[in-house]
Write a protein that binds this ligand. Sequence first.
Ligand code: FAD
Length: 265
Amino acid sequence: QELPVSLIFSRSKVYMADLESGLHYLLRVELATHQTLEGEELKTFKDFVTVVAKLFPGRQSVVKLLETLLEWLVSLPLEKIPFDAILDLVNNKMRISGMFLSDQLQWVGCQGSRVGLRGYPCSLWTLFHVLTVQAASRPDALANTGLEENPKAVLQTMRKYIVNFFGCQECGKHFEEMAVASLPQVKSVDQAVLWLWRKHNQVNGRLAGTMSEDPHFPKTQWPSPDLCPTCHEEQDGIHVWNEDKVLMFLKQHYGAANISPKHMY
Ligand code: FAD
């Protein structure tokens, strides 16, 4: 089924509609494949909610929902939590005012030209790039969470989320291999931003020309020279990245000021 690429968007922007649609899908659809959360899964989910509640640069109603979810998870003495209880809270059945997460899927920068392409996995990458940039620009945001001393907090949370919950198990296996090989070398929040960029490009390189590629959105080494000319250099006729410029570009591109509210429900 062909879908026209219908919503006008800019490749130099990040869209809040993608981030909120991704959170909706994660909390109401992906998590629903687990009837109860316990042990490692529950710990992973708590860390994920901590990181998004503290770092998500979103609408107040969404941040309030994430903060309420976090307070509830932290206060519960339970070792097992049924998914339905999480869903009740996310759906606001407890009638706590001022918190809300839309249940519409609206892909903008992540729209695909066919059903099954782009969408959720695109939004998950986008969310984690945004979170690594927030962690680097707001060093106190994770204070009193137990994650504040850890420059890899966002990446470790992503790694555990992907392994325990991400629907694509093959993706989890690949991501885990990359993390084992090079995550220990990350020593600062800036290196964490660059690590995720480098690994995402590695995945793009592996998937170029495969079935996961949307022909309207070919997988390339990102950012392209037209998005960031100074990120690209040549040494002895060979392309090299200027990583200082890439870091500056990532902080601008995934920074809160570059997130557009267009096409949001
Ligand atoms: P995506 O790769 O999803 O990227 C989304 C957007 O991020 C792009 O449109 C671009 O604006 C920006 N971007 C691109 N590259 C970078 C970069 N290097 N740094 C920062 N921003 C960038 N699919 C598989 O078939 N096999 C796998 O093994 C696999 N592993 C995955 C592992 C993870 C952790 C995740 C989240 C997804 C994985 N996927 C895998 C899905 C795949 O990577 C894409 O998300 C999916 O194919 C949709 O691609 P896309 O064109 O929307 O771009």
